[in-house]
Design a protein around this ligand. Structure first.
Ligand code: CP
Length: 352
């Protein structure tokens, strides 16, 4: 296992790393998790270092896992509300006295801390698909310190890492694991697609047998799909798309059903800014809800996954998400949430 070559690198997309590097991160995360469980401190790893966190969107898990992680590593995570600084904005999107150019914000924070983490998707970039990822890349262009992606409009790379650690813990590895990422109904169409895209990228990168289930009209980014097909071919797994919700459950070891918005909802040129059209697609598929009956179609000892927060009663029934123990299938949602802490500590230890 090669642990060199990480220092100073940004963590903006899983596709910037090789499958071997991602496996190294998971191994480091397992070690840090074990040490934390045994009460072994590792607060000398990032002692006196500062992580600046800029949240354009709400968060429970991401904020608290980064903050707790930095405390455990001996450093400090600094929360920045974009409306209380001068909102970092790209050239051409600036507003006098309320924004500050990203190139300036990035170079100032670079002089004071050791990494910058950013969450941005949806409303702050007016649902222009790719706009948030471009903002993060612009930060990275202007800093020498690592920039970490706490979820943008294309990738949620730390959620995906936590999901992979959860699968590895549960099944001892990835080969032969049948992993289904599925769309699920929500009353809100304001749902980014970073979680499903990162989930299928990582799952194919790790060599699992991956099924993507969604209604017609709910297609994910074609570039991401192409990359998944490439990973499946390279890593000895498979990748298959179905429009049948039930099929995604049959024989699956992992089911991960959650809502995401359709392409038509995004602003042109990627989408059509068609909110009514998007709502119509959602409303035709209210039956895409995970029930205990559907979970009975999965493989023995399957796990139900969700990044949280979940839309209870819509995406999933309570008796599925709350069944956190066997026998048979169980919900692993709180394992995933905890694993955010361990994988982020691993990446921060390696890159900062
Ligand atoms: N899963 C996740 O990113 O949760 P938060 O939105 O609470 O950070």
């Amino acid at each position: 296992m090669k642990t060199t070559g990480f220092k100073g690198r940004d963590f903006l997309a899983e596709t910037d790393f090789t499958p071997q590097e991602i496996k190294t991160v998971l191994t480091v995360a397992e070690e840090l998790k074990k040490q934390t469980g045994m009460g072994i401190y590792h607060d000398d790893l990032l002692r006196a270092k500062t992580l600046f966190m800029i949240f354009y969107n709400q968060s429970l898990r991401t904020r608290n896992s980064f903050e707790a992680g930095m405390t455990q590593l001996g450093g400090h995570a600094h929360y920045l509300d974009p409306s209380k600084i001068y909102t970092p904005a790209l050239e051409g999107k600036e507003v006098a006295y309320s924004t500050e150019r990203v190139s300036d914000v990035a170079r100032v924070l670079d002089r004071m801390g050791q990494a910058i983490a950013i969450r941005c998707y949806g409303d702050p970039v007016d649902w222009e698909y790719g706009g948030a990822h471009a903002l993060l890349r612009e930060f990275a262009r202007w800093t020498d310190i690592p920039v970490l992606n706490m979820e943008d409009d294309i990738y949620h790379p730390f959620q995906g890492l936590a999901d992979m650690l959860t699968v590895k813990e549960e099944f001892g590895g990835f080969k032969g694991v049948n992993f289904t990422m599925s769309w699920a109904y929500s009353p809100s169409i304001h749902k980014p697609r970073a979680v499903p895209q990162s989930a299928i990228l990582y799952a194919t990168m790790m060599g699992m047998n991956v099924t993507l289930a969604h209604p017609e009209g709910m297609e994910l980014d074609p570039e991401i799909i192409k990359q998944c097909e490439q990973y499946a071919a390279n890593e000895g797994g498979s990748f298959h798309i179905t429009h049948d919700f039930k099929e995604g459950f049959e024989g699956a070891d992992v089911v991960y059903p959650k809502a995401w918005c359709p392409t038509v909802f995004f602003k042109p040129p990627v989408g059509e800014d068609d909110e009514a059209g998007a709502q119509a697609i959602f409303d035709q598929h209210k039956d895409w809800k995970t029930t205990a009956e559907l979970m009975e179609l999965t493989a023995k000892n399957a796990i139900y996954m969700h990044c949280l927060p979940a839309d209870r009663g819509y995406e999933v029934d309570n008796d599925v998400i709350d069944k956190t123990e066997g026998p048979g299938w169980r919900s692993a949602v709180f394992d995933e949430a905890e694993n955010r802490l361990h994988v982020q500590k691993a990446v921060m230890s390696l890159v900062m």
